[in-house]
Design a protein around this ligand. Structure first.
Ligand code: PML
Length: 257
């Protein structure tokens, strides 16, 4: 589902579902499109496609919530985390420009982790990871874990599924996400090694800016990555650990553990 107003992105959602669920899913997507806090769309596009390929099955990344009580603490943590995986100052600053831009992209920016070069062919649109889903059994386990921390089922589960798909590609170093929803102030950083690190207070309430940056190796197979993100079906069929709150130092692999 893609919702926009005057060609400006408002919201989007995707999933992989059994045919018998399509009716309900489409209804839920329409409801979402018309009730998003970014505003009322004047165009909603729903596309339904049959999968031609069998999906790649993955276990979801382990989840931690980093104890960041202020925006300053959140960004200090993000900077330390990204530096710990080798992201350069230049790439970090270029990523900040993406997530703090007034123009919100529909998809993610893909950036080389050292030179900070943007690799997506269309820098206004970015690359949107699609063809991702979760089995009903795995979803139930994930929802129970999310409920036990009183979090938003839809937002958190979809973000974990997406981050798991992104992190599984060989040339991906890490991902940074700031929600573009003005009411949602928790973002995340993730990587295959660290897992999915939720970062509360990444922005102030009411801030409409946001975006995703996928940091990749300098010699990234960019066509392979775009093909994987846009076309390879990925389904989460088992759930990694869902941990509670950890200190910023505990969250960075190799720093204090
Ligand atoms: C989004 O708006 O879709 C991104 C949400 C990212 C953070 C989700 C979480 O709370 O873990």
């Amino acid at each position: 589902m893609r919702a926009s107003r005057e060609d400006v992105h408002i919201s989007g959602a995707e999933g992989i579902f059994e045919k018998s669920r399509i009716d309900n899913v489409v209804r839920a997507y329409i409801e979402r499109a018309y009730s998003h806090s970014r505003g009322m769309p004047d165009r909603v596009v729903i596309t339904i496609e049959e999968l031609k390929e069998s999906p790649l099955f993955l276990k979801s990344l382990p989840v931690y919530t980093v104890d960041t009580k202020t925006k300053e603490a959140a960004w200090n943590f993000i900077k330390s985390f990204l530096f710990s995986v080798g992201v350069s100052m230049r790439a970090f600053e270029n990523a900040l420009m993406v997530v703090q831009s007034d123009i919100v992209m529909r998809g993610a920016s893909i950036m080389t982790f050292k030179t900070g070069r943007r690799c997506e062919p269309d820098t206004a649109r970015g690359i949107r990871a699609t063809r991702l889903g979760i089995t009903p059994q795995a979803e139930e386990i994930l929802f129970n874990a999310i409920d036990s921390y009183k979090l938003n089922r839809t937002v958190v589960s979809e973000a974990i599924v997406l981050a798991t798909k992104v992190a599984a590609f060989k040339d991906v170093i890490a991902e940074l996400c700031v929600s573009d929803d003005p009411d949602y102030t928790t973002g995340y950083v993730s990587s295959k090694r660290s897992g999915y690190l939720r970062v509360p207070n990444i922005k102030e309430e009411g801030d409409r800016k946001g975006g995703r940056v996928i940091f990749v190796s300098e010699d990234v197979d960019i066509n392979g990555l775009i093909r994987y993100l846009e076309n390879t079906p990925v389904v989460i069929d088992s759930i990694g650990e869902f941990k509670g709150i950890v200190s910023p130092d505990e969250a960075i692999p190799g720093l204090n553990n």
